[in-house]
Structures are given as structure tokens and as C-alpha cells.
Design a binder for this molecule. Sequence first.
Ligand SMILES: [Zn+2]
Length: 82
Amino acid sequence: METKPCSRCLRPASLSFYLLLSTVGVRPRVQQSSKSVLFCHRCLESLIDSLADAQPEIHSQLAGSFSRMRGCSEPHGCEGDK
Ligand SMILES: [Zn+2]
């Protein structure tokens, strides 16, 4: 399988990150997603940490998702989580 580089450090990427924006209270709902940005674990963790003070709610959501995904994107997979 082709290895793609992390967008920040050029080590092999293990996760892709993208944003999904949705309208609230408007029908029909309109959504726009960004293009994905690739990260290695270390750089994504660093990005999430950097949001802790400035954007605590986004930090909390990303940290939770990252924690749940973490095992699944590593070489041994997430079979132990099932
Ligand atoms: Zn990286």
C-alpha cells in the first residue's frame, strides 16, 4: 500500500483530517467539507493540544475522536477494542 506523508513533518501519515461545516436551523441542510489533510499521530496530537486553551470545545471533541481512532490507525489495528 502506498505511504503518504504527514502534512507537517513528512513522516508516514496515519490519519487524515477534514472539516465538515453544516448549517443549523436551515432546511434543507447545507454541508461543505474541506479536503483532507494528512497527519502522523505525533503531529495530530500536537495540533489537538494546541487547541486546548483557544478552542476547548473543539479540543475536547477532537481529542475524544483521536483517542477512539488511535488503536485503529496503528499497525496492529483495533481488533482488541471490539
Ligand atoms: Zn507528522
